[in-house]
Design a protein. Structure first.
Length: 521
């Protein structure tokens, strides 16, 4: 059995590229949008020219781990260590691309089941070996502290199976290492689908999605378990935790970053696959109109699979990519004139609406939403054919941008309807100012894109994505400063709901040796 070889310094599998890869006209447009003369090639360093620090995992410790996990389950080769040297956040990738492997683990453990996860944690606690649990690698990996004899990365990649599906109750259980696309594939084979469709799941495994704070899922902070999460199984050095033994386990583990335990499986809400699905595009004169449409759709009870609203920045960006490099087209030119006459200017916002069910169900829902959109001044643009293609491409696009001296980062925030507009303005303003203040040349700036999704009667989720030209000799500090500006703007509305010292007390009980992601708590 061989491990799936992911890129050691980027996202996803080798050979898989951004399906909407930018052509040269698109690169020229992006350079102009950044107020840069050009975007030059900035390839990463090759692993063959990098020397990793010597592994500190001793022969006796390795022998004990191999006895529990097998030779397959304990890897110390350069590629395995390098590909697990950090997460897959923007600053992590910048370090990897620059050849900084100083934080490479001494070994990578690949347990094949829950029992092996428990055995590995018990052994590491006995031998004072620090453990960094890694799912999709999207969570921040903080510097390890303490006098540990070695550091190992615990990969959950082989715990990737669907273990049960209860179609009647609408609940499925899956191992925590399953990725978003694979989870959808396995559910589809059983005639089911996720109870909701997260935008951010392309970046993570199921367990990593639950455990990472901020940017990976809605309500990703301590004490707020989303309603799609029904239950967890969590391995700790002290044994296995389940909802039966700890009723508040869901609330405890959301956003915990693996510092309290390793999620091995999760029960999630699912529903039957519809007979048909259809995605329609609408163009609203402004972002406020699109927000009003989403709120009214919920108030009126219009059936829909999802609603995704792009602000003016994301709408312009997507339209520019679609048009870059295309020959002049009379029909498109006339349509642009028509939009101008109808006063759809640069502030227009695009809404993608998904409908599902039988032919008649979709027709009824679409007719109701068409009427709502028309009353709010929107244009119906037609059927969208790219949504499925684009859903899991963001990670690959980020790598593409990094190869050309640009960068992309993102942040996911939840808010109720009354606070969402002010949160949107505050974070967007902070990002624009930060990217101007931290630019490679005077006058250069970045782009802020945002979309609203995961809406419900109480509120919705804002996903901010920002792109900017890199300071090539200071890209890590630049990225950190920009992200910190966004977090600072959002912080008054997004604090932890459990006190830090309470969590430290819980960690002392579950992980008395302090081996799980030291430095997090």
């Amino acid at each position: 059995m061989e491990h799936v070889q992911t890129r050691w310094n980027g996202w996803g599998l080798p050979g898989h590229e951004d399906p909407l890869a930018l052509n040269e006209p698109a690169w020229r447009w992006l350079a102009q949008a950044f107020a840069m003369p050009a975007l030059l090639a900035t390839p990463p360093r090759d692993l063959s020219g990098i020397t990793l620090p010597p592994s500190r995992l001793g022969a006796k410790a390795r022998e004990k781990l191999v006895a529990q996990l097998g030779g397959y389950g304990v890897q110390q080769d350069d590629f395995s260590r390098a590909s697990h040297a950090s997460g897959r956040g923007l600053t992590d990738l910048l370090r990897l691309r620059a050849g900084d492997l100083s934080a490479a683990p001494d070994a990578v453990l690949f347990p094949r089941n829950e029992a092996e996860v428990l055995a590995a944690l018990r052994l590491c606690a006995e031998m004072n070996i620090a453990v960094m649990p890694l799912g999709g690698g999207t969570g921040a990996v903080l510097p390890l502290r303490g006098g540990h004899s070695a550091v190992v990365a615990l990969s959950m990649a082989d715990l990737n199976r669907m273990t049960s599906v209860d179609a009647v109750s609408g609940v499925a259980e899956a191992e925590a290492g399953i990725t978003g696309p694979e989870l959808e594939r396995q559910l589809k084979a059983r005639g089911m689908m996720l109870g909701h469709r997260p935008d951010a799941f392309e970046f993570s495994t199921l367990g990593g999605w639950i455990a990472q704070p901020g940017g990976g899922q809605e309500a990703a902070r301590y004490g707020e378990a989303p309603d799609w999460l029904q239950g967890l199984r969590v391995a700790t050095p002290q044994g296995l935790m389940t909802p039966q033994g700890m009723p508040d386990l869901n609330q405890l583990m959301v956003g915990s970053q693996g510092a309290l335990g390793v999620i091995t499986a999760a029960s999630i809400r699912i529903r039957a696959l519809p007979a048909r699905e259809e995605q329609r595009l609408y163009l609203f004169p402004d972002f406020a109109g699109g927000l009003a449409a989403i709120r009214e759709a919920w108030r009126m009870g219009i059936p829909h699979a999802f609603l995704r609203l792009s602000d003016d920045g994301e709408t312009r960006f997507l339209r520019a990519l679609e048009q870059a490099g295309e020959d002049w087209d009379l029909a498109r030119h006339l349509f642009d004139i028509y939009l101008s006459v109808r006063r759809f200017d640069s502030g227009a916002a695009r809404l993608l609406a998904g409908f599902a069910g039988s032919e008649s169900d979709i027709k009824t829902a679409r007719k109701a939403f068409d009427g709502l959109a028309k009353r709010l001044g929107a244009l119906r643009l037609g059927v969208d054919t790219r949504w499925r293609e684009e859903r899991f491409s963001a990670g690959y696009r980020r790598d593409t941008l990094l190869d050309r001296g640009a960068a992309m980062d993102s942040l996911v925030l939840s808010a109720n309807w009354s606070k969402l507009p002010s949160l949107y303005v505050a974070v967007r303003t902070a990002l624009k100012q930060a990217m101007r203040s931290h630019a490679p040349r005077a006058g250069a700036h970045g782009l802020v894109l945002c979309h609203v999704s995961a809406a419900n009667p109480e509120g919705a989720t804002l996903t901010f994505t920002w792109l900017f030209p890199r300071i090539l000799d200071g890209g890590i500090a630049q990225a950190q400063n920009i992200r910190q500006a966004a977090l600072a703007a959002a912080q008054p509305r997004h604090g932890h709901t459990l006190e830090h010292d309470v969590l430290r007390g819980i960690k002392q009980t579950l992980d008395p040796s302090g081996i799980l992601n030291p430095g997090i708590l």
